[in-house]
Design a protein around this ligand. Sequence first.
Ligand SMILES: [Zn+2]
Length: 467
Amino acid sequence: MRTVIGLEIHVQLATKTKLFCSCSTDYFTAPPNTLTCPVCLGMPGALPVLNKKAVELALRVSLALNARVQEFSRFDRKNYFYPDLPKGYQITQREYPLAVGGALSFRVDGEARTVRIREMHLEEDAGKLIHTGDGALVDMNRCGVPLIEIVTEPDIQSPKEAREFLRTLRMLLRHLGVSNADMEKGELRCDANISVSTDGKLGTKTEIKNLNSFRAVERALAAEEERQRELLSGGGTVEQVTFGWDEHAGKLVLQRSKEEAHDYRYFPEPDLVPLVVSREWLEQVRAGMPELPWEREERFVREYGLSPKEAGVLMEEPARADYFEAVARACGSPQDAAGWVLSEVLRYWKDDSPPISVEALTELIEAVREGKISRTNAKEVLEEAIATGRAPMEIVEERGLSLLADEEELRRLAQEVIRENPKAVEDFRAGKKGAIGFLVGQAMRKTGGRADAKKLSEIFLEILGSN
Ligand SMILES: [Zn+2]
């Protein structure tokens, strides 16, 4: 049996204002119904004006996906009634979308995959219903927030592949600076179509709406794949229906039989002129494009000598890649920067911003390189600097962790250890070269690991060799 999956993804664009009015898009923190105006509330006579910035962000995505931007696109009204849609229609693009075609390549378990894009269009978001114990409240702040809808071809072959496609898309959106694409906040939402076929032809597809985490995407699709397989193996047929997904219960929830497009009575939006993207405008957007994540990954391998895997981990979040690059430049050693960022700093990295500043980490890296502090102690200092926000070298001084490198002091220490360990000295003289390691270890213990082990070893050899 063959599984075929297609996705429809809604991405909230990171503009300051809404798609057709100047209301703020900052609905996540604002009190309900404070970011509205006659345009986004659909008052009679209010006229929409298209947000240029939203178009430019959508164009960036089109270019990154190698989609064909249409010189002429147009807005349509999608008519339906819902309490969170005061206008009674949504402005979207149906007949003439902003861009068509394109593709996104990614890896699933190390294997290269490419999913083609069917089309991409601009549309406005609806408000939000807040269900309370004894009713429902409505918040119109999100009405009119700009979205792009990206529709894939049915090229995805498994629930896991759907998840990896989305992860790659989110990475791209963040690197492009077009959206934070945080699924928990609803900035990236996904509807999925899935069909299982027994004869190689496309089977009847069902839809799962409003998947709002990577985990939900994979689990919901796996559940529906399983359900269709069982139905078909038992000689049954799949009905064209729409499900929701109850993440808590891990179950599909039947919502309704699918609407047909004609139920929405689409017609051209009479209040907006067609959108014309001139060649000059498109070239201007192209010229301002940030480096694409896969280009940047290649550059990190070439320029900084990272492995593709290391570069890939940094690329997962643009903030990580930026941070690494800043540390590599500041300390002048990409290898040191990669070692510290990948194996230490990332363990403490919880939110959007790095747990320790570029300057502070550089200070620590340089201290280790200049032999002022041991690597082991430096890791402890890093942990404390992150926990307290204090400067690393301040912690080194306060805790007396600076490396004992004073020649006189080390020599005195070596003499003391030699006096206390006559057996090891005898062993060394009898030809057991490994006894030096034991003596160095004893000296390290006396200093709490602060002595410069390499220098100490040289001093022991010099003293014992000359006697
Ligand atoms: Zn408004």
